[in-house]
Design a protein around this ligand. Structure first.
Ligand code: TIU
Length: 223
């Protein structure tokens, strides 16, 4: 399969490619969560949910592998370094009780993925304590066991968890495509800079394209 992309077309085989949906959690997207507690306007992030849902639906229809991540800590915060918890002056810190339960803690309502993108049975769901999805998780081992070679990224936020995960993946030998309209940042200028920097220098971190062009590639194959 071949999707038009920048800096050049992205070639992939369905069996060895995973759709990675990063941290589409209430804690980042809805008021009262972690993103909000950091002082961000969270409303921008919800605009990508319909495009993410379209890609997820099409990818599931063709039988593609799906991976979801959640940035979420253990209830005892043993996997949350004090440096992370104590940074800055958030209104609520990680582990504090908020309107959606304890901030960024596994199992709390705020750590759940938004309903429209809820994981389906059999899809991977990884809780991760860091920004990158490979740090302190079994993601690499699981992907290697399935002989995965390529990752297609969606999710939030573009320059924090998505870019970190994409860079970690690139260093581990995966070819990575980022879906421009399926990722968002609290800072529009950070999103556009990230898209430019990942595809610069001949795709130094990877490729970018739109959900429309990815869906067109799936359709061209008669899928
Ligand atoms: N603050 C921010 O932009 N992002 C995060 O803290 N985590 C993720 O990006 N998921």
């Amino acid at each position: 399969m071949r999707a038009e992309a920048q800096p050049f077309p992205f070639e992939f085989e369905l069996a060895s490619t995973v759709l990675a949906v990063i941290d589409m959690q209430r804690d980042f997207i809805e008021p009262g969560g972690f993103g909000d507690s950091l002082g961000n306007d969270v409303s921008r992030l919800s605009f990508i949910v319909p495009a993410c849902a379209r890609v997820l639906s099409a990818w599931r229809k063709v039988g593609g592998l799906v991976l979801h991540t959640r940035e979420a800590h253990r209830a005892d915060l043993s996997d949350c370094p004090p440096a992370k918890r104590n940074r800055g002056q958030p209104r609520l810190r990680i582990g504090d009780p908020g309107p959606m339960g304890r901030i960024l803690v596994s199992g709390e309502p705020g750590s759940e993925i938004v309903d429209a993108l809820a994981p389906a049975a059999g899809e991977w769901v990884f809780d991760k304590p860091g920004k990158g999805m490979f740090y302190a998780t079994r993601v690499h081992e699981e992907l290697q066991a399935m002989r995965v070679k390529r990752l297609i990224f969606a999710g939030v936020t573009t320059e924090v968890c998505v870019q970190t995960s994409m860079r970690e993946a690139n260093d581990r030998g995966y070819e990575c495509l980022l879906l421009e309209d399926c990722t968002e940042s609290y800072f529009p200028e950070f999103k556009s800079a990230t898209l430019e920097m990942v595809r610069a220098q001949g795709g130094i971190v990877g490729w970018t394209t739109s959900s429309k062009l990815l869906l067109a590639a799936l359709a061209t194959e008669g899928l």
